[in-house]
Design a protein around this ligand. Structure first.
Ligand code: ARG
Length: 458
């Protein structure tokens, strides 16, 4: 049988190779719920404006609901010639209720229908991803109090830089994921406009009520220009971007914890149910979940590229190219969702290796900047203090000791202003306590930030 979209103008049927090439049912079938919901709202509007009768509407609605149940039960034959989920559902409807079913597509095109369905699907997914991000934030937040006594090295250039409280790390990720959630919410505002009624490209001569369908489908409003709407995939690309940003944050975190779980770092132990073994080396406990999180983030970023390239040369308005938007879109949501579902228990269930961390925390001169700032507080110009402390660190390195184990007179050789009271600022514990600025790792600051997030995520 030929596609219902082939009107009387065609003089031959479709080549089977085209059918196989052009089908999207294999992937857009997951839009069936949105499609049915959109069609019921559309039919109800058609009834309200008098384009179809009340009886027609009831028949259409009830049959669509029946079809939905059948799809849910896996009882729905696929026919490639019907191209996509929209035509599949409509053609079953017509098989069942004949001419009444033939009225459903009044004042509608698949162009506005596809965009409506995609927007409804994305809206749900954005909310789901945001909820998972919140769980992840809570997993980090849940660690903060228990890990408050642990000091970790902060790194720049992956070289030991300054000491920070472990919860300062956890709060850093909470901030990143909050920005992601803000981006999701912002993206959602643009997703949440209803295209239905734009029809193919120019609107319709029929007296439809677009506000009504928009409201029935929980959209915040309707899109304003039919040409723009028919071509618009910004909302899909934006979603793919926000997902790429999330994937990038997850990938960076994964990389960090992969390093932290090595013998060389020895900072963290991950729950064994999320690690894998080696078929030859019996001692191995590998962080495959994190490696795949890092690896799969490439797919998510690739999907964003695919989508950008897909639209960049398209003239207004709908072009069939746009059908190719769905595989990357679905894949990005699926991949990021799976990453987040695993990140939550890993963050919650990992253990800091306190003894190992503490045994090496005085290595790397994490308190050198504290010493420099101590001198600045004594009135020494920053550049002078920076140079002098560099020389003091050099002396400590020669002796193979941390700064706190130099004598005061050894330090005075490079900075005569140093006196006994410097000892209260040296060592990582003292160095952490010396911080005062907003947003720093000062224990009071970190406590405040934990409290702020506890209230915000409550
Ligand atoms: N399967 C198509 C898609 O997802 C449906 C739209 C087809 N529209 C058209 N004018 N041929 O884009």
């Amino acid at each position: 049988m030929d596609s219902p979209s082939r009107s009387g103008v065609f003089q031959s049927s479709t080549d089977a190779r085209l059918e196989a090439f052009a089908e999207s049912i294999s992937f857009d079938k997951r839009l069936y719920r949105q499609d049915i919901r959109g069609s019921i709202a559309h039919a109800e509007m058609l009834q309200n404006v008098g384009l179809i009768s009340g009886n027609d509407f009831t028949k259409i609605r009830d049959t669509l609901r029946q079809i939905e149940t059948e799809i849910e039960a896996g009882d729905f034959p696929i026919r490639l010639e019907l191209e996509d989920i929209h035509m599949h559902i409509e053609s079953v409807l017509i098989d069942r209720i004949g001419d009444v079913g033939r009225k459903l597509h009044t004042a509608r095109s698949r162009n506005d229908q596809v965009s409506t369905d995609a927007r409804m699907w994305i809206r749900e997914q954005l909310d789901h991803v945001s909820a998972l991000l919140e769980e992840l934030q809570k997993a980090f937040l849940g660690r903060c109090e228990g890990d408050f006594d642990v000091i970790l090295p902060a790194y720049t250039h992956l070289q030991r830089a300054q000491p920070v409280l472990a919860p300062h790390y956890w709060l850093a990720y909470i901030e990143k994921f909050q920005r992601d959630r803000d981006r999701l919410a912002d993206c959602r505002r643009r997703v949440n406009e209803c295209p239905l009624g734009v029809a193919a490209v120019a609107g319709t001569t029929l007296p439809i009520d677009r506000q009504q369908t928009a409201k029935a489908l929980d959209f915040a409003g309707v899109t304003a220009n039919s040409l723009d709407t028919s071509s618009d995939r910004d909302f899909i690309i934006e979603s793919a971007f926000v997902l790429s940003m999330i994937a990038s944050h997850l990938s960076g975190w994964a990389e960090e914890w992969i390093l932290w779980s090595t013998v060389e770092f020895g900072f963290i132990k991950m729950p064994h149910q999320f690690c894998t073994g080696s078929s030859i080396m019996p001692q191995k406990v590998n962080p495959d979940t994190l490696e795949l999180t890092r690896g799969k983030s490439a797919r998510v970023m690739g999907n964003l590229q695919t989508l950008m390239l897909l639209v960049k040369n398209l003239p207004l308005a709908y072009n069939r190219d746009l059908q190719e938007d769905k595989p990357p879109l679905f894949d990005s949501f699926d991949t990021v969702t799976a990453m987040l579902e695993l990140a939550v228990p890993i963050v919650a269930g990992s253990e800091l290796q306190r003894q190992r961390i503490a045994s090496r925390i005085e290595e790397g001169y994490l308190d050198a900047t504290t010493l420099m700032e101590w001198l600045i507080k004594k009135g020494i110009p920053q550049r002078t203090a920076h140079h002098a402390v560099g020389a003091i660190v050099g002396a400590a390195m020669d002796k193979g000791v941390p700064l706190a184990e130099l004598t005061v007179s050894e330090m005075q050789q490079h900075a005569p202003e140093v006196d006994e009271s410097i000892l209260e600022s040296l060592g990582t514990q003292n160095a952490v306590s010396a911080f005062v600025s907003y947003g720093s790792t000062a224990p009071d600051e970190v406590r405040q930030q934990i409290k702020r997030w506890q209230q915000r995520l409550a």
